[in-house]
Write a protein that binds this ligand. Structure first.
Ligand code: FEO
Length: 164
């Protein structure tokens, strides 16, 4: 069983990963409506990954004999200024997730819960990769630009990031 203080934060993280999945799905829908098929495909796939992050936490919590809680998920934004705005928001969101993961890791050390500390290491590495991924996309946008064919090229590049 997890200590209550850790369980509460694990359940909060389950909710946040669930929200991340919905946020990226909403962004995917906006991109699709703009004809940005590459970004729409990438964000839909990333939404599925976030659902995986949620389920991994859910499974771990229940394996400890504690109860994972599925709670209400805040509605994500549905309107964005442009594709750069979308990816700036994904990056900002991932930084927030990194902060919450780090808080959890810190808490497991304070509470001497080494099994959960060990479990969370996967999320620590994952956040490092995701920050680099989203930052890389923003960097590409800054290099290529969004004017004229730039937008088409960017969308294609993002679509190429999808694992087949
Ligand atoms: Fe589950 Fe993108 O962090």
């Amino acid at each position: 069983m997890l200590k209550k203080v850790i369980l509460d934060k694990m359940n909060r993280q389950i909710n946040l990963e669930h929200f991340s999945s919905n946020l990226y799905l909403s962004m995917s829908s906006w991109c699709k409506a703009q004809g940005l098929d590459g970004a729409a495909k990438f964000l839909a796939q990333h939404s599925s990954e976030e659902l995986g992050h949620m389920q991994k936490l859910f499974k771990y919590v229940n394996e400890t004999g504690s109860q994972a809680i599925i709670s209400g998920i805040e509605a994500p934004d549905t309107q964005f200024k442009n594709i750069k705005d979308v990816f700036e928001q994904t990056y900002k969101h991932e930084l927030l997730i990194t902060t919450t993961i780090n808080e959890l890791v810190e808490l497991t050390l304070q509470e001497k819960d080494y099994a959960t500390f060990n479990f969370l290491q996967w999320y620590v590495s994952e956040q490092h990769e995701e920050e680099a991924l989203f930052k890389g996309i923003i960097d590409k946008m800054n290099i290529i630009g969004l004017e004229g064919r730039g937008l088409f090229m960017i969308d294609k590049e993002i679509g190429n990031l999808v694992a087949n």
